[in-house]
Design a protein around this ligand. Structure first.
Ligand code: SF4
Ligand code: SF4
Length: 202
């Protein structure tokens, strides 16, 4: 069995987060995901504080770690100024690297995300490029999104964005230099190879 604890200990978000947690449960009380899913950030901290490799493997292969919405609301209430959402980030990374996410229905959704959001990031430099969020790919958004998509330039600019423009602002044009730098970061940190591996998982 892989030593998951050792892998997680390489990530400061995990080490510092676990050290700081006193298991008070304030994060669970504020967490929107805990209100609707079988999800409990305090419990995840408690499980991990046991430093049990078999339990860790179960957690990394479970749906639970994929319910966090990464809103970081937990940080605003934790009396230790801790952020369980960051611990979840570290757990997800190891789950993705080791392939354990494939054992979870929620985790397998990462394949689709890697093919859309991940591909956008690797080719456009944006996680969400509005041009690529085509209404036919997201029928759940209904006719409102069809209208927004058709009028995306004016909607984006009326909301303070800078659609395909120079300078600052959401949905701005990224310069070749910026993209080169971003792609180099993704390549050197292993982000690119991890996204490609997930895209090809099925
Ligand atoms: S609020 Fe902070 S200290 Fe309390 S359980 Fe959550 S992370 Fe741990
Ligand atoms: S970041 Fe995750 S754990 Fe923290 S409050 Fe948001 S959903 Fe809950």
């Amino acid at each position: 069995m892989i030593d998951y604890i050792e892998r997680l200990n390489e990530d400061y978000r995990f080490c510092e987060g676990l050290k700081a947690c006193m298991n008070c449960g304030m994060c669970t009380a504020i967490c929107p995901a805990a209100a609707v899913f079988d999800y409990d950030p305090r419990k995840i901290c408690q499980i991990m504080q046991k430093r049990d490799n078999a339990l860790t493997e179960q957690l990394l292969a479970s749906d639970m770690i994929w319910y966090c919405g990464q809103c970081i609301g937990c940080r605003t209430r934790c009396p230790r100024n801790n952020t369980p959402g960051y611990i979840i980030q570290a757990l997800r990374k190891v789950s993705l690297q080791t392939g354990l996410y494939l054992k979870s229905a929620e985790g397998r959704k990462q394949i689709k995300i890697a093919k859309t959001v991940g591909e956008n990031l690797l080719t456009k430099g944006y996680c969400v490029d509005i041009d690529l969020v085509k209404p036919e790919m997201h029928p759940e958004q209904g006719p409102m999104w069809e209208w927004v998509y058709a009028n995306r330039e004016s909607v984006c600019n009326r909301c303070g964005g800078n659609y395909h423009g120079d300078g600052a602002g959401a949905q701005r044009k990224l310069s070749d230099e910026t993209k080169k730098e971003l792609f180099a970061i993704l390549r050197e940190t292993g982000g690119e190879s991890l996204i490609r591996k997930i895209q090809n998982a099925e």
